[in-house]
Design a protein. Structure first.
Lengths: 347, 341
């Protein structure tokens, strides 16, 4: 989404997290993200207009680790900035109607600001539209709304930059030489497009690399077809050096094909997201590197933008939270441990 | 295995004004099984010529069989459902639901032993049985259309699976189970043996037993079947239960193979199985079909997926190719039916 239609702005991080990230980046010998501007992070909590304003949070799915962390980040940073933070609310299942119900209930308390994690750009729009017209300040995380004029600021990972980061990591892992394949899903999905295009912008220019292209399964994310596709590629190119998988089903299918071809561990894999599957296979040695997003940072960036909006400053229309490469080497670092810890309910 | 029209029928047919191409199609299509086998042989021959180095190898055959195995299990039961004149589009979701519940139970019990894996298998089968029974009861007792009932199950089974798992995949399984899923015997994956046994039983029952004959009788004419004293409601209910149970088995096999419940990744399974059934010459309006046809019908899309990659065709064309073959097969099926009437 970010790389496709909206201008990218320079990222800002919470200083506490930024210190840790810089350390990781240094340890890895890579930059955690394209442009890093770690100047003054959060706004100072003085006698600004935003102090004392009430901010609510709506998650697209209650109990999801990523959303929980984003909420925790928002609540923690919001308190620091002097907001009155409500506990996060969200439906127990992925359901547009239930999501709209929860949103309406939250808005019935008439908060001044809302940290909104939409279920869908279109279906999540009607529940908030009247409130925004009456002055509600809205910041979205992860996805934005079909009508960006309702949104004060949109916080998400820079999936294009993440793709570039993954490509440089692949080059490091394979020593700059060899055949590289991308296994992606859902062609046309903006996040997938950004992850693939970012990767290709770097890998296609690498002189020692024979790039085999991006492969997509029949059906959105059909793991059986991914395995069958990867198996066929491995038959033709048993000397393949690395596979870049843009989402969990791609990794599931590719790793299964590698295991069945007896090539597990011989082919490098860089996968998106530090989810439970990714971490298990990282520890088992099947995956070499995970591209991890920073949901907690996204939460704190969201309330920082809200504070700006209330204080009459210009809020950034789009802000990117950071990314971290996780390997076996930095898995035990405290900063990474914090990043991959299971989510918990903050209140 | 049985074919529904005797071979002699081909000679007896008088062609009204057919071109040579249509006559050839007709000759092939009069025996539905020979149509799909011919298509399979042609597909394999084309890829063997285009990719002689990689395609016609034993290793590749093994990989194709493995990649078809879970779909073959689903296609076996789908054959009965379609022949009986019904549809079950919920199997992909029931598969995920059964997998999630089974994974939850195995995690609660803990341990890596064979006992835990078998318990997980039993739980998966029981979950499939429950959904199948629910579908079957709604179709036979509440007299609702099976496509509507199973469309509802498609959504609710996946929804419940997400509630139970809070949307997070289970990724820790007993090693005895994952060893089985990734293991081989005589060079061939265990999953292929399971699929072969399921399909063999399904084929024999369909062509050699009363159960199979009842299924075909119900599909070709429900009223006639009822007057002939066939317990139609009970029979259809049993078919839906079997369909659910095969989804449960497929769910367990899939977890054993991928070491993950892969909640988001099975939406296509139902349609892969149905594609196999339809390509296999089982008419969408019930009454006829043979398991050999379904076997080859299920293999064709997997062969296309593999072959097109080996030949180096962009992956989007795989979807186009499978779609084209399906339309061709249904067209051949229509020709066959017109002649049969």
């Amino acid at each position: 989404m970010s790389a496709v239609d909206q201008p990218r702005v320079r990222r800002r991080r919470v200083p506490r997290l930024a210190v840790g990230l810089a350390a990781i980046a240094a340890a890895l010998g890579v930059s955690a993200c394209g442009s890093s501007d770690d100047g003054g992070g959060g706004a100072s909590a003085g006698s600004r207009p935003h102090v004392g304003k009430q901010v609510a949070i709506v998650e697209a799915l209650s109990g999801d680790a990523g959303y929980m962390k984003a909420s925790c980040g928002a609540i923690e940073e919001g308190r620091r900035l002097g907001f009155k933070m409500d506990a996060a609310q969200g439906p127990k299942e992925w359901d547009a109607v239930k999501f709209a119900g929860v949103t309406s209930a939250v808005l019935a308390r008439q908060p001044d600001g809302l940290v909104y994690m939409p279920e869908d750009p279109k279906t999540s729009l009607p529940p908030v539209k009247p409130a925004v017209a009456q002055g509600l300040k809205l910041v979205t995380i992860d996805a934005t709304l079909a009508d960006p004029s309702l949104v004060t600021s949109f916080i998400a990972s820079d999936h294009y930059a993440g793709g570039q980061l993954a490509a440089r990591e692949v080059l490091r892992l394979i020593g700059g030489r060899g055949k590289v394949l991308t296994e992606a899903v859902a062609p046309g999905h903006p996040i997938q497009i950004a992850r693939v295009q970012g990767f290709e912008s770097v890998i296609k220019d690498a002189p020692g690399v024979e790039y085999l292209g991006a492969h997509y399964p029949r059906g959105d994310a059909d793991v059986t077809t991914i395995a069958s596709d990867a198996a066929a590629v491995l038959r033709k190119h048993p000397d393949i050096a690395a596979i870049y998988t843009t989402v969990q089903p791609s990794a599931e299918g590719s790793i299964t094909a590698l295991r069945e071809a007896g090539l597990l561990g011989k082919v490098k894999i860089v996968e998106w997201d530090a989810n439970e599957y990714g971490l298990k296979e990282l520890r088992a040695g099947a995956i070499d590197t995970l591209v991890a997003q920073h949901p907690e940072e996204a939460g704190s960036l969201a309330v920082q933008q809200l504070a700006k909006a209330f204080d009459g400053e210009r809020a950034e229309p789009e802000v990117h939270s950071g990314l971290t490469l996780i390997t076996k080497d930095n898995l035990d670092d405290p900063e990474v441990q914090e990043l991959i810890a299971p989510g918990h309910v903050c209140s | 295995m049985s074919v529904d029209q005797p071979l002699e029928a081909i000679e007896e047919v008088s062609f009204s004004a057919p071109g040579r191409f249509q006559r050839l199609l007709l000759a092939i299509s009069l025996r539905p099984v020979s149509a799909v086998v011919t298509a399979f042989v042609i597909t394999v021959a084309i890829f063997s010529v285009l990719s002689p180095e990689y395609f016609p190898t034993l290793d590749n055959a093994r990989t194709i069989a493995l990649n078809a195995s879970v779909v073959l299990v689903l296609a076996t039961s789908a054959t009965y459902v379609v022949i009986a004149g019904e549809l079950d589009v919920s199997v992909g979701s029931v598969l995920v639901f059964a997998g999630v519940v089974s994974a939850k139970v195995m995690q609660a019990v803990g341990g890596n032993g064979v006992g835990v894996s078998l318990l997980g298998l039993a739980v998966a089968l029981a979950c499939g049985l429950a959904w199948g029974a629910l579908n079957g009861i709604l179709v036979t007792r509440a007299r609702l259309s099976s496509i509507i009932v199973t469309l509802a199950s498609l959504g609710s089974a996946l929804g419940l699976a997400r509630v139970l798992s809070t949307g997070q995949d289970f990724v820790d399984f007993p090693t005895s189970m994952t060893d089985f899923g990734s293991g081989t015997a005589f060079g061939v994956s265990h999953l292929v043996y399971v699929a072969a046994v399921v399909m063999l039983i399904g084929g024999v029952v369909l062509s050699r037993t009363r159960f199979g004959r009842f299924t075909k009788a119900i599909g070709s004419n429900v009223q006639a079947a009822r007057r002939a004293g066939i317990p139609v409601e009970r029979h259809v209910l049993v078919i839906f239960v079997l369909s659910g149970m095969s989804a449960g088995l497929a769910g367990w096999l899939s977890m054993a193979r991928f070491s993950s419940t892969a909640i988001a990744s099975h939406a296509q399974d139902t349609f892969n199985a149905l594609t196999g059934v339809l390509l296999g010459g089982v008419g969408l309006f019930g009454g006829a079909g043979a398991m050999v046809g379904v076997l080859f019908g299920t293999l064709i899309p997997v062969v296309l997926d593999t072959g097109l990659v080996l030949v180096g065709v962009q992956s989007f064309w795989q979807q186009v190719a499978v779609g084209a073959v399906l339309v061709g097969a249904v067209y051949v099926d229509r020709l066959r039916r017109e002649r049969a009437e």
